[in-house]
Design a protein around this ligand. Sequence first.
Ligand code: URA
Length: 215
Amino acid sequence: MPLVLLEEPLFLHILTQLRDERTDQVMFRKGMVRLGRLMGYKIANYLDFDYVTVRTPLGVTTRGVVIRDLDNIVIINVLRAATPLVEGLLKAFPAARQGIIAASRKEIEAPEPPKEMEIIISYEKIPRITENDVVIVADPMIATASTMLKVIEKVSKSSPKRMIIASVIASKYGVRRILERHPNVMLFTVSVDPELNSKGYIIPGLGDAGDRSFG
Ligand code: URA
């Protein structure tokens, strides 16, 4: 199941606030943090776990669950827009190691929606990734997916056990591009929006997620 569409009332409620042009910077950032936390809990449903037996203070044994992957999570923050989303994900995965990739899109104005954007990576620092790790790449807005494809290509060189994308809105075109090339990647998003405009913004979208979070 490579696309996980979180079309549930609480996710959609928060997304609606984020889309609303009247939502101010503070509320926007808080909404992103909440979505990150909630999405983290959904991602946890796909992690590997073991059944264990524990003894309670009443001297009775009972069956429980230990999520094995919780100590092997690496979250990659695609700066700057993903920062509040990562803050939320870290509430679900407090032991995660973190990587940073600063990527910016070259501004364009074309007659047609772009098929690809020129991406400039100006800084990256990623912890060592092993074959036991689950990598979560956080980027709230997946438009042409040019940034995401670059990040996936970088990370997949380390052969992590699983690669997961945490996004809020992905364009239909971006989803198709990622999943055609990387069918094993799991893409979590709250909405798949139909279009891109001539500047590469998602329509209807929510505007520039970085500008709206950072003011
Ligand atoms: N990045 C954004 O912040 N918004 C878009 O619509 C597309 C990319």
